[in-house]
Design a protein around this ligand. Structure first.
Ligand code: FAD
Ligand code: FES
Ligand code: MG
Length: 293
């Protein structure tokens, strides 16, 4: 079950895994996610968006950044290995209809989750413009796939090493001010990037949907770990989302809640990295002992 069929390193710590999950491949829609465990029994559960699926092969693709204990463990899996537990598809599919001009903003790893939405929006008859933003050229991912799924692609890098120099909000603002403004904007990326995309479109009254990436535990609406305030009401990202009206999200509250477990996350990451160093040390000691013989 959940056997990995391919693994690609997209950039330094950005990894793409394709694995067998026929029920999810058949049943999923753009915007949905899955929850997986990298260890049996005691492993924490993390949500990852379904970035692609191959229904006939029964496989799904996830793209993640190895930033913490679980994603570092996941990045060590190789083709042939099995992911212990995968649950999905979860969450509500994105609202895909004919809106007219749709602008998709993907920041960093957020470009991967935007890919199935670009495909679905185009198939629904929209004119799709995608803005791909990254800190630097090496971190621009999915460019070819996004070009295939969009009518127009704009790449921005913070350092100007590729495409336009600057943040995603600059071309977004220009489009809002143009004679043909977007009818709908969708932003996926770090919370601060989504917050500023929503702030850019708000004065123009352009509906802006964001996909929230809060902490999740059960992923099924029972623990409250993923709660956010949207339009003054409490919502659970796992069952009410992950897509919400970006103009209504209480971003500061969400970002504060996301920092709540940082000391524990750092400790867990340190333990995983130390364990890796110890394995390397043991391997070097064994190799040295063999050479001595
Ligand atoms: P954690 O234990 O959560 O630790 C991560 C730590 O690293 C945190 O302290 C965080 O602040 C910090 N951090 C975050 N980004 C960076 C960075 N760039 N550089 C340095 N530090 C950083 N993540 C994906 O990668 N791909 C997805 O497709 C994806 N989809 C998601 C879909 C949903 C619906 C949700 C809710 C979240 C999604 N996420 C996705 C986020 C992912 O689930 C979390 O990042 C998860 O907590 C990672 O687990 P971890 O144990 O590896 O890291
Ligand atoms: Fe538990 Fe959403 S993750 S309620
Ligand atoms: Mg973690």
């Amino acid at each position: 079950m959940n056997r990995i069929v391919s693994k690609r390193l997209l950039a330094n710590d950005l990894c793409e895994l394709e694995f067998e999950a026929p029920h999810i491949a058949r049943g999923h829609k753009a915007g949905q996610f899955l929850v997986l465990q990298a260890d049996h029994d005691w492993g924490e559960r993390i949500p990852l968006t379904i970035a692609d699926a191959n229904e006939s092969a029964g496989t799904v693709t996830v793209v993640f950044q190895a930033v913490g204990a679980t994603t570092i463990k996941l990045a060590r899996f190789n083709p042939g290995d099995c992911i212990p537990d995968v649950l999905g598809p979860l969450g509500n599919p994105s609202d895909v209809r004919k809106f007219g001009r749709v602008v998709l903003c993907g920041g960093g790893i957020g470009v991967a989750p935007i890919h199935p939405i670009a495909q679905a929006m185009r198939a629904a008859g929209n004119h799709v413009t995608s803005i791909l933003a990254a800190r630097t050229k090496d971190l621009v991912i999915f460019e070819n796939r996004m070009r295939a799924a969009s009518d127009e692609v704009i790449v921005c890098t913070d350092d100007g090493s590729y495409g336009r120099k600057g943040l995603v909000t600059a071309p977004l603002k220009e489009m809002c001010e143009s004679a043909t403004p977007p009818d709908r904007v969708i932003a996926i990326g770090p919370p601060v990037m989504m917050k500023f995309c929503a702030a850019t479109t708000k004065p123009f009254g352009i509906p802006t949907i964001v996909s929230l990436n809060t902490i999740m535990i059960d992923g099924t609406g029972m623990c409250g770990g993923c709660r956010v305030m949207v339009g003054g009401k409490m919502k659970f990202v796992c069952v009410d989302g992950p897509d919400f009206d970006g103009h209504e999200v209480d971003w500061d509250n969400m970002m504060k809640r996301m920092r709540a477990f940082r000391p524990f996350e750092e400790e867990a990451r340190r333990r995983v990295r130390d364990h890796e160093c110890n394995i390397d040390k043991a391997a070097r000691a064994i190799a040295a002992a063999k050479e001595d013989r």
